[in-house]
Structure formats: C-alpha cells, structure tokens
Design a protein around this ligand. Structure first.
Ligand SMILES: [Zn+2]
Length: 454
C-alpha cells in the first residue's frame, strides 16, 4: 500500500561528515480506522541518524582520484608475427623498461609471444607506462583456463601464470539457412565448433553435405566457458532443434544418473548412456548404428557442391553418392565393422569395403590414401583413408555406396532406419524433467531469430 520512504543524502567525499537521514517505518501495533488504509505520514516514527565518517587523508584521496582518471585500459589480439614492441605499440604503451622485461621474461616468451589470437589486455597510466598486463587462454584440460599477469611493483616487474577454473554459462541462438550452415552460424555469431557439433548431433537424420535447403532453420542452446568473465571458448551443445525441409528434429544432452551395479546396455560395442549423449526430447538416443555421412562436416567440405560422376555415368548406372571434397579430406566409416577389401579396383581406384552386421556393406572409393588393412576391425567414425581422385574420377571426390545383401540402398534412409537406444527406465523421470526445461529453452532460443531478423 505504501513503500517505506528512505532517503539517503550522499555528500561530497571530501566533506568531513555525511548525514544519513532515513524515515524508518514502525512495525506492527498500528490500528487503522476502517476506510483509512494508509497511515498518516505524520504518525510514523522518524529517526534521523547523523554519523561522523572519518575521511581518508586528502593526499591519498587525490592519489585515488588521479589514478582513476588517468588509468587506461586497452586490449588487443596477439599476432604470430608480433614482437614485444609491435604488441606494446598497438595497445598504446611506450615504456622501454616494461619492454625490456617482457622481452627477457621466460613466462611471457612461452605464453604470449608468437601466440596468434591470444587476447592481451593492459593497464597503463597517462604517460603510457605499463602498470599491468594480462592474457587469458583456455587449456585442453577440461574446465580450466590460464592467466598470465605481469605487474609493476616497487622493485620492478613480476610475472606469473596461474591455472584457474572457468565458469560455464549458456547462450541461446538461432538462424536460418540462406546459402550454407556456416553462413547462417556466422550471421548468428555462433562458433564453428558449435556448427560442427550441430551437424554431428543430427547426422543420423540429416546429411548436412547433401540435404540442407534454403529456409531450413535451427535453434541452439550451448555452453560458453568464461575466464574472469571473458569468453574463452564454446563448450558443448546442450540442446538444439533443426528444421530440415519442413521436418523438425530436436536433441538434448543428457547424462543418466549412474546406478551402481546396474548392467550397462551395450549396443554395437558402445554404451552412449554411460558418458552422456544426445537424445530426442522423447528419450530416444540420437546415436545410431549408421551415420548418414562418411565425412565429418566442416567448413572445407561444406563449401563443395554435389558433383556429378561423368565418367562412371557414361559407363554404367551410377550406384552411389558422390561427395566433392579436397584431396586429403579424412573419410570415416559410417558404422562398426570389418574391412573386407582395401586396395585398387578398376574404376574405383583406391577403395575400401567395410562389412557390417546384417549383410550391410559400405564402399569408399577414389581414395588418395588408404589407412586400413583387410581383416581389420573398425569403429564407427574411424578414419579409414582420405579423399582423392584415383580410378575413374574427373576431380577429387568420395564415391560412397551402401549395399544391403549386395543391393544398393540410399545411405540416409538406412541411417534413419537403424535402431536407436532409449533412455534407461530408471532415468526416465530425470529425463522428463530435463526435457521440459529444454522445451522452454529452445522456444526462447527460437525467439532470438524473430527479433534479430526484423
Ligand atoms: Zn560416384
């Protein structure tokens, strides 16, 4: 009905006393006449508090003010060609003493000089004298970042490198495909590692090399790892939605609570649930026995258009899928299996045949290099060679075939049909709770598009 009225007068810091006056509202005990809901302000108890505040000595106050008004903060990104002088010049520091220290300090030489892309920030005073320099970068070790600091002390400069934990926050983003997935993720300022994860997460349902269409859209929630509040790198995709040719696919990361002594359901030698994995929001694992694409999605492979197969087509009916990619691009097996053939075969050039369960065989042709031997066991996703143009090929590309009992089939259809593993019954409740939250987040993520594209 009424808000406590508190007025705080702040006086100049240079003054010896500050007066804090507050109107403090009395607690219960007041009785009001019917119809008079608000108390009369004049009835309220009023306390005025006057306190003497011991000020800092004038000289140190002036020091403080000077330091604040004259301290300059600048940051820049290291280039591989940088010397101490070129780096200091870009951040506006002119300080021969600091330059000498930076040139000779082992930590600075190890962790900063020649480190392309490493962010460096400095604090300097109005003479462009260096007071502090710091740089942060992330480690391979999960969840940690390193921080180099160089500080000016009374006796000279001191440097140190510390390892500190990163903090994770999540970012929501979305986009629409106009020309390519990377063009769309660039527009939404989504890092490449997230774009690649997106393509991999849905790789059992969508062949990102062949099936993307203009107007396809996606929403994604992913981790951003920060060090001292500065974004270090993107982490894992937490949830995502992809609408391909009008059909909606959704995915979320889920880690089943570990139940001791419970048997782990093993499928094709893998147990995706033990380490966590991606699931549909209905609780089906997105990990399939067969991947749709024999190449990882990347900036390099995404730029290539589907190519025709002029030589083979004139000689016989073309029975596979061709992926244009530069010579040397890694080729992976789409499922666990055993190498049935690895060598040269006429039009195929260097070719690998992999035999899988249930009479399925995959063929990878025109390779520049073969990385496996006949009889060898291979795991899904393992690199078995590299793209080339051996045999009857007019340019570098991978010719990929999927055969079921010797009959050619569409790889994507087979990938989609391959079994998927549901979340364990014991984890169903936890999963349902997580999925509810994911639906809300994805809905929020998709709204970001609506506001940014207007
Ligand atoms: Zn072909």
């Amino acid at each position: 009905m009424f808000a406590p009225a508190i007025r705080i007068a702040r006086l100049s810091p240079l003054q010896l006393t500050a007066v804090v006056a507050a109107v403090l509202l009395g607690g219960g005990g007041a009785t009001y006449a019917v119809g008079n809901l608000a108390p009369d302000a004049s009835d309220l108890p009023v306390r005025t508090v006057v306190e003497a505040i011991a000020p800092l000595p004038i000289s140190s106050q002036i020091d403080l003010i000077e330091a604040q008004s004259l301290r300059l903060y600048r940051s820049d990104v290291m280039r591989s060609s940088d010397t101490v002088d070129s780096m200091l010049k870009r951040v506006g520091v002119f300080d021969p003493q600091a330059a000498d220290f930076l040139r000779s300090d082992a930590l600075v030489r190890q962790t900063l000089l020649g480190r392309n892309g490493r962010n460096v920030s400095v604090e300097a005073d109005d003479d462009n004298t260096l007071l502090k320099l710091s740089a942060r970068w992330s480690l391979d070790e999960e969840g940690m970042f390193k921080r180099l600091t160089v500080v000016r002390t009374a006796t000279g400069f001191r440097s140190q490198v510390e390892a500190l934990p990163m903090t994770a926050s999540s970012r929501l983003a979305s986009g629409t495909i106009q020309s390519s997935l990377f063009a769309a993720t660039d527009a939404a300022r989504i890092p490449d590692s997230i774009a690649i994860q997106l393509a991999e997460i849905f790789s059992g349902d969508i062949d990102f090399h062949r099936a993307l269409r203009k107007g396809d859209r996606f929403s994604v929630v992913y981790e951003t790892l920060e060090g001292d509040g500065e974004p270090m790198r993107a982490g894992r995709v937490l949830s995502a939605e992809f609408v391909n040719a009008g059909k909606q696919y959704q995915a979320m990361w889920f880690q089943e609570p570990v139940a001791h002594g419970a048997p782990v359901a093993a499928t094709m030698g893998q147990s995706p649930s033990a380490k966590g994995g991606y699931y549909t929001l209905a609780g089906e694992s997105l990990r399939r026995a067969f991947l749709a694409s024999p190449m990882e999605f990347s900036r390099v492979t995404s730029g290539f258009k589907m190519r025709m197969h002029p030589i083979l087509q004139t000689l016989r009916a073309h029975q596979g899928v061709d992926y244009g990619a530069p010579t040397g691009t890694p080729v992976r097996t789409v499922a666990d299996g055993v190498v049935e053939f690895a060598g040269v075969q006429n039009g195929f050039g260097n070719v690998v045949h992999v035999k899988h369960r249930n009479g399925n065989t995959t063929v990878y042709a025109h390779l520049s290099r073969i990385g496996v031997r006949r009889g060898q066991s291979v795991n899904q996703g393992q690199h078995i060679g590299a793209v080339g143009q051996t045999g009857w090929a007019t340019g570098p590309h991978l010719h990929f075939e999927f055969r079921v009992n010797g009959v050619h089939r569409d790889p994507l259809t087979l990938a989609r049909q391959s079994e998927s593993i549901p979340v364990a019954p014991s984890a169903k409740k936890a999963f349902a709770n997580a999925a509810t939250m994911v639906r809300t987040q994805l809905a929020a993520a998709s709204q970001i598009l609506a506001t940014t594209t207007q």
